[in-house]
Design a protein around this ligand. Structure first.
Ligand code: HMG
Ligand code: MG
Length: 298
């Protein structure tokens, strides 16, 4: 019943680092991405071309993209909220751009300073220009399981925003638990509803782990037929506009789960554990991956 293969998208260099208060040097970002590429990820979210006033940590995206070693077989993605971001992403030769909206009006305003409807009008030319340039386009859908400002988010809003992304031509749509509040039952409900209108092969699960539910939620999503998941090495991260939310589920923990289920990812767990140790040391903070810590202690 479970899939034989899963596409694991490593978002640590973007979602993981964007919330760091201290500026992380370009060299450290580049080494992290190079290590993750070498571990075999099919997709690494490497940069964000957003306003440096809003997210100063991501201001060096062009330099990062310029300096990384690009592994054949890895897609390098970057966030592009508007045409200015897209132009920077094109100049930096990213492979895939991510337009990012929300199922919650309140979060949309806090994160990208406009309503959901306005965001879609802003994304339309971005998606079209990206497609014209031959890039893949992903749509990230925040607050699919709850919002830090409005609380509950109706499943119908998630379905409706997913359809808007579909209509803009997104290749993939990321169903995101921005604040990590979702439970396995909710995951079943949300993915069942969205897969009624969009093929499950184009949907991903992007789970933050605030309430410790992310691994259970991944298993629940696998059972609904989802085969793309996002994770952050060493469990780094949090969204600057979702106060109190922790990082994405740790990649090492997800790999340990998938390896145990015999699900193929093409990613080398030992190399990810080493990358997690590298970045935790560089940031001078405890490693947020349970599996990573256990394997490092062996
Ligand atoms: P705004 O202030 O409404 O935009 O922000 P603006 O067009 O009025 O521009 C304001 C200033 O920003 C101008 O500079 C622009 O040039 C500049 P000034 O004239 O004042 O010197 N600017 C830019 N600079 C560089 N690159 C750009 C860019 N755009 C404008 N692309 C805007 C609107 C969308 C720009 C802003 O709200 C923003 O940058 N937001 C990004 C917030 C963000 O990055 N959040 C985290 C990522 S989303 C996330 O983490 C969730 C996710 O992981 C899924 C999940 O877990 O839910 C994906
Ligand atoms: Mg996120």
């Amino acid at each position: 019943k479970l899939p034989r293969k899963v596409k694991l998208v490593e978002v640590g260099p973007r979602d993981g680092l964007q919330n760091e208060k201290q500026f992380v040097s370009t060299a450290v970002k580049v080494e992290l991405i190079n290590r993750l590429s070498a571990a075999g990820f099919p997709n690494v979210e490497a940069a964000s071309f957003v306003s440096p006033k809003w997210v100063p940590q991501m201001a060096d995206g062009s330099d990062v993209m310029q300096a990384i070693h690009r592994r054949r077989g890895t897609i390098y993605s970057a966030l592009t909220p508007n045409m200015k971001g897209l132009e920077a992403a094109l100049a930096a030769r990213v492979d895939e751009v991510v337009i990012f909206g929300a199922a919650s009006e309140a979060f949309s305003r806090k994160n990208i300073n406009c309503s959901i409807a306005e965001s879609m009008e802003r994304f339309r030319p971005v998606a079209r220009a990206a497609k014209d340039a031959g890039l893949r386009v992903r749509g990230a859908l925040s607050c699919a399981f709850g919002c830090p400002y409005q609380g509950d988010v109706p499943v119908a809003s998630v379905v409706s925003v997913a359809q808007m992304f579909d209509e803009l031509g997104c290749d993939e749509i990321d169903i995101a638990d921005t604040i990590g509040v979702g439970t396995a039952a909710q995951v079943g409900t949300v993915f069942d509803a969205v897969t009624r209108v969009i093929d499950g092969s184009r949907l991903s699960g992007h789970f933050h782990d605030t309430y410790g539910q992310a691994l259970a939620n991944i298993l629940a999503a696998l059972e609904t037929g989802i085969t793309i998941f996002h994770a952050s090495v060493a469990g780094l991260g949090g969204c600057p506009y979702a106060k109190g939310a922790t990082g994405n589920v740790a990649t090492e923990d997800v790999l340990y789960l998938l390896d145990g289920l015999g699900i193929e990812t093409g990613v080398d767990l030992a190399a990810v554990v080493a990358a997690g140790d590298f970045i935790s040391t560089a940031l001078d903070r405890p490693n947020g991956s349970r599996a990573g810590k256990a394997l490092l202690a062996k």
